[in-house]
Ligand binder design. Structure first.
Ligand SMILES: Nc1nc2c(ncn2[C@@H]2O[C@H](COP(=O)(O)OP(=O)(O)OP(=O)(O)O)[C@@H](O)[C@H]2O)c(=O)[nH]1
Ligand SMILES: [Mg+2]
Length: 257
């Protein structure tokens, strides 16, 4: 499997080390559905000299009860944390209260977690480019908020060595990996297995069954010889999950203490 270096770790590390002295606050954005896998421990290490706020973004797609558990687990671990929806802006007022006073804020996170979307909501304008694709933000850009604070938008930074198979699947399912670095059929199978356990009725309602085969048949994704187009079916499941059409789920829970 191909190695994956979005935003280039070395360059990102250099940029953050160079700019960290010039900011007052670090907002670390992650995905509320996978708060473990969507954090890059190196980002924490490089920014730990500053006040930090962890943002559990895409809360609209996560299980609300699980998000509450994560917020209290992070608080117990001494981390300031909020949950947000970067599209609607819900949950960001707490962050606005913190950054109102003309602060300089560095927004960090792995690719495609919603950093630029959050910045646009806070700026009340679409100043930073966004998109449902990994690696939209290329260079760095300072964005001024109405209250005078400055926000720094950076490209997402993911570790080249992502970790376990499970982490890779979780990132893939959440849409945080480019499609050419994982096997979409395998990732979709693991998602179907998870959903079958958690919410089987959601699967039968959507596809009339629990397998890629049933997804393809229900959608009419057929190849010659009445075979199901498994790749197309896998894409459909992933797409439906990411759009929240199969329900709201948090794939990773905080460790019990
Ligand atoms: N459902 C949902 N979608 C979101 C949320 N926040 C952002 N998005 C979507 O996620 C996609 C990625 O958002 P970006 O803001 O471009 O993400 P980024 O972290 O800046 O990505 P890079 O610049 O590639 O690192 C966009 O399609 C956004 O509309 C959210 O809270 N909920
Ligand atoms: Mg961006």
């Amino acid at each position: 499997m191909k190695q994956y270096y979005p935003g280039h770790m070395e360059k990102g590390k250099h940029t953050i080390r160079r700019l960290i002295a010039h900011v007052d606050l670090v907002a670390e954005v992650c995905d509320a559905r996978i708060p473990k896998s969507s954090r890059n421990p190196d980002l924490v290490k490089w920014t730990c000299s500053k006040r930090r706020v962890v943002i559990l973004n895409r809360k609209d797609l996560a299980d609300p009860a699980a998000t509450e558990l994560w917020l209290s687990a992070l608080a117990r671990a001494g981390e300031e944390a909020i949950a947000s929806d970067g599209n609607s802006g819900e949950g960001l007022s707490e962050l606005e209260r913190v950054i109102r006073r003309g602060l300089r804020v560095m927004v960090v996170g792995i690719p495609n977690v919603g950093k630029s979307s959050i910045i646009n909501r806070l700026a009340r304008r679409r100043k930073a480019p966004t998109g449902m694709k990994v690696g939209v933000t290329r260079g760095l850009q300072w964005i001024r908020l109405p209250g005078g604070a400055m926000l720094l938008d950076l490209p997402g930074i993911l570790r080249p060595n992502i970790g376990s198979r499970e982490t890779r699947y979780h990132l893939a399912i959440a849409g945080l990996l480019p499609e050419d670095v994982y096997d979409i059929e395998e990732a979709a199978e693991s998602l179907l297995a998870y959903l079958r356990q958690r919410a089987p009725e959601n699967l039968t309602r959507a596809y009339g069954g629990y397998t890629l085969e049933s997804v393809g048949r229900s959608r009419g994704y057929l190849l010659s010889g009445d075979r199901v187009d498994l790749k197309k079916s896998a894409r459909a499941v992933m797409h439906d999950f990411r759009a929240g059409k199969l329900g709201t789920f948090t794939l990773e829970m905080p460790e019990e203490d």
